[in-house]
Structures are given as structure tokens and as C-alpha cells.
Design a protein. Structure first.
Length: 277
């Protein structure tokens, strides 16, 4: 394809379940891009099961990056998700800086919490690490919980007024990213479920409402990040890309809402044809 890009996905890789890298890998190749991966951890399964095993891959990452740099590998876009340690933050900040060029795109999803609290295994140190890392991003894409922890305001609050949402967005931008998108938002004034954002190219704040479907699936944030990345690489503006990604994700959740086993995430391969519409 004429717009095909070399995209590096950096996140955790589960052995079982469609979240993290496993939820992202099917989507972007389906949009015509060449995909590469650098796992930050190998995870047995989604943490929602209550039991899991995690293998830190920092040393592998360090050795892989050295090999890639020796071979001169270059990427047009890098997306990042779960990062396991401060060492990984430092390693990836340097690596991403070494890859920068014209039209280079970095999308960062600071995975560490949801529903007003941090995930199992995430700590205040995780928040600090993600705060330091956010500055590498062209677009940082936390959910509401993550945005509140990153900025230190309204932690655990499940709705925000328009003014509060803008305050959180400004707090994210103060960490250094160019643009910011907050998913899983809800307006205090109207009760609407929304995505809030700030677009650096137009210097404008925006709000994208969506239909909330009461069906929880792990990995929807990873799917959203992949869809957003793909739509931005098609040349859409940030608000346009957010709207398209939200609409597609809403369709996926609607089609999967009656599935009995949700801990495994959305069966993304089943719906790839939908994502190219």
C-alpha cells in the first residue's frame, strides 16, 4: 500500500488473551502496515484471572535494540503500552530519540490502571515511571484513571466537569507530549461517556461522545490505541481519528457483548473485516 509504514509495537505479550501486544498485532497489518514488536514482558494471561506469571524482558530488549541499531533498522511509528520498570523507561526514551525523523509518530498508552485504581502490580513508582516517559509521545493516550494518577488531580474520580477535564489535559501536556487523549471519560454535567482530547496541530480541545455498552473486556484500550494509530497514519486529524477509533471499538464491543467468557478479551481476528470499513 502507498501509505504503508514500518510500525514498532512495544508492550507486554500475553500467552493467553487478546490484550497488550496480542490485541494490537492483528489490527495494524490488516490496515496494510509492516509490524515489528518488542515485548516488555511475557505474561501468562490477563490479570483479571487473579493468578498470573510475568517474565521481565528488559535484558532481551537491551540486546535487541543494540542489534537493531547495528543493523540500521528504522521505524516510521512506535506505539508503547505496558512498561515494567524504570530501566525500560530510560532504555526506550533513548531508543525513541535515536529513531526520530520527519513525520515520525510516537503513540504512548501509559498502562497502569482503570476503574479508579491501579492494576495489580502497579505502584506509585509505576506512575512516576510513566510520568517520565510521557514526554516522548506525540500523542499520549491514558484512560481517565491513568490520566488522574499521572497528573495527581481528581484521583479515583469517575466523572469530570468540562473545566476539570481541561485541567487534567493540561496536566498531561505539562509532562511533555504534544497532544493528549483521555479515554473512558464521563461528563459530570451530562452523564455522557466521552473521550477528551487536545490537538497540538490546531491548539484546540475537543470532546468525542460515544455510546457506553455495559460489557467489560480486557484489552479494549490496546485495540483503541491500534485503531487510533492506524487512522492517524491515514492522514486523519486527531479528533477525526479518535471518532473513527471510538466508533469501531463500540461496534466490536456490541458484537461481543453476549460472549460468556470476557476475561480473554475481544476475539479481534473474527472482526478484522469490520475494522477496514
Amino acid at each position: 500500500m502507498e501509505h504503508s509504514k514500518n510500525i514498532l509495537i512495544i508492550s507486554d505479550m500475553p500467552g493467553y488473551g487478546k490484550m497488550g501486544m496480542a490485541g494490537m498485532l492483528p489490527i495494524l497489518p490488516n490496515m496494510g502496515h509492516s509490524i515489528y514488536n518488542l515485548p516488555t514482558a511475557l505474561v501468562s494471561n490477563n490479570f483479571d484471572y487473579g493468578k498470573f506469571s510475568v517474565l521481565d524482558t528488559t535484558q532481551y530488549m537491551r540486546e535487541t535494540i543494540q542489534v537493531w541499531q547495528t543493523l540500521g533498522f528504522q521505524f516510521d511509528c512506535i506505539t508503547t503500552g505496558f512498561l515494567a520498570s524504570a530501566d525500560q523507561v530510560d532504555l526506550l526514551r533513548d531508543f525513541i530519540d535515536s529513531q526520530r525523523k520527519e513525520d515520525f509518530l510516537v503513540i504512548t498508552d501509559p498502562i497502569m490502571g482503570d476503574g479508579g485504581k491501579l492494576y495489580n502490580g502497579s505502584t506509585r513508582e509505576t506512575v512516576e515511571n510513566m510520568s517520565r516517559f510521557a514526554g516522548v509521545a506525540d500523542v499520549v493516550v491514558p484512560n481517565l484513571t491513568e490520566a488522574e494518577f499521572l497528573t495527581g488531580v481528581y484521583e479515583g474520580q469517575e466523572t469530570l466537569t468540562a473545566g476539570e477535564a481541561r485541567q487534567v489535559l493540561d496536566g498531561l501536556l505539562s509532562l511533555g507530549p504534544k497532544s493528549a487523549v483521555i479515554t473512558s471519560g464521563r461528563e459530570t454535567e451530562t452523564g455522557r461517556h466521552v473521550v477528551w482530547g487536545f490537538d497540538a496541530k490546531t491548539r484546540e480541545y475537543f470532546t468525542v461522545p460515544y455510546r457506553f455498552i455495559k460489557a467489560h473486556f480486557p484489552g479494549t484500550g490496546d485495540i483503541f490505541t491500534s485503531l487510533l494509530t492506524g487512522k492517524l497514519l491515514e492522514g486523519r486529524t486527531l479528533p477525526q481519528a479518535v471518532k473513527k477509533a471510538v466508533d469501531l471499538l463500540e461496534r466490536l464491543i456490541f458484537m461481543e457483548q453476549d460472549v460468556a467468557e470476557r476475561n480473554n478479551g475481544i476475539r479481534i481476528e473474527k472482526y478484522l473485516s469490520v475494522l477496514t470499513e
